[in-house]
Design a protein around this ligand. Structure first.
Ligand code: AMP
Length: 114
């Protein structure tokens, strides 16, 4: 069996994290190195390495991550807006190879990103 990803270990409670939401498809927890006052990662339980590995069967799961992001944003009081980001691969700045949707908010976010 393949070694668990860092985020699978968090989902399995082998590594602690500040979990804000979980269900049968995903888990959401605060980023350890937050880039805004709200910075939450929403991670599917399925360990898909990058967006390039998505298959049609992942459609519902990925859509679910955005619905969860919207609910957490409301829970966090981000009524003035927020950003959701998937980084993909080296140039995209991905460092953990288990896809995750970043939810960032609580300050105005610059565009374009660095
Ligand atoms: P990315 O660079 O898009 O792959 O994002 C990975 C994110 O995971 C970074 O923002 C890290 O700060 C965050 N991260 C790494 N390790 C942990 C951890 N143990 N708990 C919470 N967040 C983490």
């Amino acid at each position: 069996m393949a070694e668990k990803t860092l985020f699978q270990k968090i989902a399995d409670k082998e590594i602690p994290a500040d979990i804000v939401y979980e269900d049968d498809q995903c888990i959401a927890f605060r980023d350890i190195n937050p880039q805004a006052s709200t910075h939450i990662l929403i991670v599917p339980r399925k360990p898909i390495p990058t967006l390039n590995d998505l298959t049609p069967e992942d459609k519902t799961t990925v859509g679910h991550l955005f619905l969860v992001a919207k609910d957490i944003a409301a829970q966090e009081g981000l009524s003035n807006g927020y950003r959701t980001v998937f980084n993909c691969g080296e140039d995209g700045g991905q460092t953990v190879y288990h896809i995750h949707l970043h939810l960032l908010g609580g300050r105005p976010l610059a565009w374009p990103p660095g």
